[in-house]
Design a protein around this ligand. Structure first.
Ligand code: IMP
Ligand code: MG
Length: 337
């Protein structure tokens, strides 16, 4: 059984939550581990008409057989974690690493009041930047210091490596997007750590030789929230007309929009050593594709759009999202791999 990593290819909000919810339902992972920054990321998925959001748990929570891990590199906000564990009834299958950093109220206050963070960078205000600054100063509290989360503590790197070595089916979930990386993104308009595939694996304690596939998620157009450059940005009115207008799942802020960007796609495939693409929201670009589950039934323009991405990037588009419901998905893995 393979070990798969999912990564955001643009600026976050590519639709990773939906893709992971689909994979988790279809592939029945034994274990899913969340990497990335922390509760600044909100992953959304829709099942049977009901919308769910997770900011701490892996999105594979939709599969009740999957063990849910949060890696040592991830910041935990205890109130959000406990609320989600309760909401998804996952007390007996959620585990966080002893060494996850803890976000405290003063981190949130700083993130919301500091002029540089709030105005210049446009952070999500969820305390993650100030908490990571404390972590690098070695004064951040860790999960093992906090009685509220003691029930969920585990050596996550040991647990996930054990699963991989025993040929279990393992998913490692990235959050944010490649161009929000502290190292590879458009500094200073970035998040507070690296979020590319290598960093996500490091967050959960898995080394580079244990990964079989890196699935990079691109939306059919590009969006970004917060400040910083966005090539070929269109106006809000134009975005509304095209139905590209979105609002942030954590902050509710209006997202800026631009057409699919091949330069960014190629660079993020390189940085992440991506092997496959999941393309989301094809139905927003080609409305007649809505809810189609069979590739052969796509219109010719939609197929051309997909095939152009494959020929430009050199890797296959194996999963295509055609609607917000988890099963509004075309799965081409067995044909194109
Ligand atoms: P921070 O991560 O809250 O410090 O915010 C830094 C930048 O990253 C801001 O532009 C945020 O809007 C952006 N950002 C952080 N996490 C996400 C995410 O999950 N999706 C989209 N943008 C994000
Ligand atoms: Mg999001």
């Amino acid at each position: 059984m393979p070990c798969l990593v999912t990564i955001g290819g643009f600026y976050g909000d590519e639709g990773k939550g939906k893709i992971i919810a689909y994979l988790a339902t279809k592939d029945d992972y034994n274990v899913a581990a969340r990497g990335g920054v922390g509760p600044n990321a909100g992953h959304t998925f829709v099942q049977n008409g009901k919308e769910y959001k997770v900011r701490m748990l892996p999105s594979a929570v939709v599969n009740k057989n999957t063990r849910l891990l949060i890696g040592a590199g991830v910041l935990v906000e205890p109130n959000i974690l406990l609320k989600e564990i309760h909401e998804f009834n996952s007390v007996d299958r959620t585990f966080i690493d002893f060494q996850c950093g803890i976000i405290e109220p003063h981190h949130l206050e700083t993130d919301k009041s500091d002029n540089h963070l709030k105005q210049t960078i446009g952070t999500t205000g969820t305390g993650t930047g100030p908490a990571n600054a404390d972590r690098s100063s070695r004064k951040l509290k860790l999960a093992k210091d906090l009685p509220e989360v003691s029930l969920f503590l585990e050596d996550v790197s040991n647990s996930i490596n054990y699963s991989i070595d025993n040929k279990e089916n393992v998913l490692i979930e990235g959050t944010q997007g490649t161009f929000l990386s502290l190292y590879h993104g458009m500094y200073p308009y970035v998040t507070s750590k690296d979020v590319t595939a290598s960093a996500i694996c490091s967050d959960v304690g898995v080394g580079p030789k244990k990964i079989d596939d890196v699935l990079i998620v691109f939306k059919s157009f590009v969006t970004r929230v917060g400040e910083g450059p966005l090539a070929n940005e269109i106006s809000i009115d134009e975005a509304r007309e095209k139905n590209w207008l979105e609002f942030g799942s954590v902050t509710g802020r209006q997202r800026r929009a631009a057409p699919f960007d091949f330069n960014l796609a190629k660079k993020s495939i390189q940085i992440n050593s991506a092997t496959q693409i999941a393309l989301t929201k094809l139905d927003i670009i080609f409305p007649q594709c809505k809810s189609i589950k069979d590739y052969s039934k796509l219109s010719n323009d939609a197929k051309k759009f997909v095939e152009n991405i494959e020929s430009e990037t050199g890797i296959p588009v194996t999963i295509i999202g055609t609607g917000s419901e988890t099963n509004d998905t075309i799965d081409r893995r067995k044909y194109v791999k």
